[in-house]
Design a protein around this ligand. Sequence first.
Ligand SMILES: Cc1ncc(COP(=O)(O)O)c(C=O)c1O
Length: 227
Amino acid sequence: MAFSSGLGAIDAVVKLLQPGDEVISTNDLYGGSYRLFRQVFEKMGIVFHFVDMRQLDVVKEKLNDKTRLLWVETPTNPMMQVIDIKKMAELTTGKDILLAVDNTFATPYLQRPLELGADIVMHSATKYLGGHSDVVVGALVVKEKELADRLYFIQNASGAVCGPMDSFLTLRGIKTLHVRMQRHCENGEKVARFLADHPAIEKVYWPGFEDHPSHAVATEQMDAYGG
Ligand SMILES: Cc1ncc(COP(=O)(O)O)c(C=O)c1O
């Protein structure tokens, strides 16, 4: 489903929930998602826990019978933390808990969360999918028809639909996603290695470095390390 923005897509997912329901998310999260969760949905009675999702035990500690959603962003914006999607899916599979992954930084070219056990994949297509800085679009991808119907109802009822011109521009962008992502990955690596050797730079966060704390997980679940 295409939405009028990435945030419009995230908004629709949280609207699946009821007051009293709990969400576990990462403590390094795109600021707009954090603002939406804390300043809009918390007032409506939804409870959010922000934890280091790289640590399974810390996530497990927050799980309880009110947990309805795990909101994972990986790699995270801005600190490039990488969260193990398969491990998160082990916590939600067979339970009344949805696993949603913000896949904006990776794109489907590098990472396909549905194959790793996620229920919902979210994209800010404003970035790599659109690819030309001329569109603001969001997307949700799900595999279950029943979940798709519920999200479609929310989208239609709330109105964050994707306009015809934006749809056209995004489809145009996606046609070149594969070549652009290859180059983004090459450029990202070059910049990361250049900065790592630069005397004025203290630290570079890039999951392609072997000493990055999530290098192994990134290598396992992504096809390359992104831009
Ligand atoms: C990781 C991530 N998720 C979601 C969004 C929100 O998307 P949009 O700007 O299309 O509303 C952004 C935007 O910066 C983002 O970086």
